[in-house]
Design a binder for this molecule. Structure first.
Ligand code: ZN
Length: 334
């Protein structure tokens, strides 16, 4: 799909007066959008995780105003960015000076790390996992894309051996300074001597190009009886909050369905606020096409309802004249 097709809906819709996007964020949004429109980053169509190449475009921008083609798969109803951005785009986005300001409401990696180190960080993960696992000095836990390791604190306090891997060098350094073993590595290069009893992937699988391939790599690090905790943002049927930083939006049905493809058996899957959390063990899971069909039906129902309210087109309501500036750039370049 060409860029002008993604942005075409803007020609048809009136942009209502709405709430203000902060000025520093707006400038960053304009800069990134301009780079996309000038062809610095190519958007490429990809197959859905189900293998289908049939999509319906449901939104063209995310809640900040970034160009963000959100599509729904006509076969299974999975919502993702499609056409999507390359890994190089995300690498550049994550290393941009403004990244922490826009996506984490912090000035930089240091401030973000410090804000997250609270006594309650990781407590929800700990509570969810605890009924399924014995925690003692022999329990090896690894969090993948752990940030500075704040989720690992309650596990460390319970006596387990905790480690994290993190691609952001600064976050890894901050973790180590606070006494948590964080290795600055990605999953491809990470080659530990031991296997782990618990893997934690919180807000990770929604950000990668192919979550099933990624988790297949990750569970090679897991012991035979080990558990995997997965947390991803929920596709909320009434109020989806699309964000350029997240490539996939799951429902409990699509969550169970696609992680079964990675040989994970769900022990528990539940919705907590705007997230889906799941605890899985390794094994062959009898997948059901019924989950996919139900997912498709429910997602299309939600999208039709939201489109009627114009909500999905903008992913957030646009109010001020400043916001209109974000969109003027689209018109100039089409
Ligand atoms: Zn699909």
């Amino acid at each position: 799909m060409a860029i002008h097709e993604i942005l075409l809906p803007f020609r048809k819709y009136h942009i209502p007066e709405t709430e203000k996007i902060k000025e520093d964020i707006r400038d960053f949004v304009l800069k990134i959008n301009e780079q996309i429109l000038q062809g610095k980053y190519r958007l490429e169509e990809h197959k859905c995780l189900c293998g289908s190449e049939d999509f319906d475009l449901v939104a063209s921008i995310d809640r900040y105003g970034f160009i963000d083609p959100i599509s729904v798969c006509r076969n299974c109803g999975l919502v993702s960015i499609n056409p999507g951005y390359s890994e190089i785009f995300y690498k550049d986005l994550h290393s941009a000076e403004e990244y922490y300001k826009v996506f984490h409401n912090s000035q930089n990696a240091r401030e973000y790390a410090l804000a997250n180190f609270t006594p309650i960080a990781g407590q929800n993960i700990f509570n969810a996992v605890k009924p399924y696992i014995e925690l003692n000095e022999n329990t090896q836990i690894l969090e993948i894309q752990s940030g500075a390791g704040w989720h690992l604190l309650p596990f460390k306090q319970a006596g387990a051996q905790v480690s994290g891997i993190e691609t952001d060098e600064e976050l890894a350094q901050w973790g180590n300074k606070t006494g948590i073993n964080i290795i600055n590595s990605d999953i491809e290069k990470f080659d530990p001597k031991n296997k782990y009893n618990l893997l934690i992937l919180a807000n990770v699988l929604n950000k990668v190009n192919h979550p099933v391939n990624y988790i297949l790599k990750a569970i090679k690090l897991l012991s035979d009886n080990g558990l995997t905790y997965i947390e991803v943002p929920l596709f909320h049927p009434d109020k989806p909050r699309f964000c350029l930083n997240s490539q996939y939006y799951f429902t409990p049905d699509s969550f169970k369905y696609f992680f079964a493809e990675a040989n994970l058996i769900p022990l528990e899957v539940k919705v907590r606020h705007d997230k889906i959390i799941g605890i899985f063990k390794k094994g062959i899971y009898q997948n059901s096409p019924f989950l996919m069909q139900r997912n498709k039906k429910n997602t299309y129902k939600a999208i039709t309802k939201l489109k009627r309210k114009n909500y999905l087109l903008f992913s957030k309501k646009i109010k001020s004249r400043d916001d209109v500036l974000v969109f003027r750039i689209f018109e100039q370049n089409i």
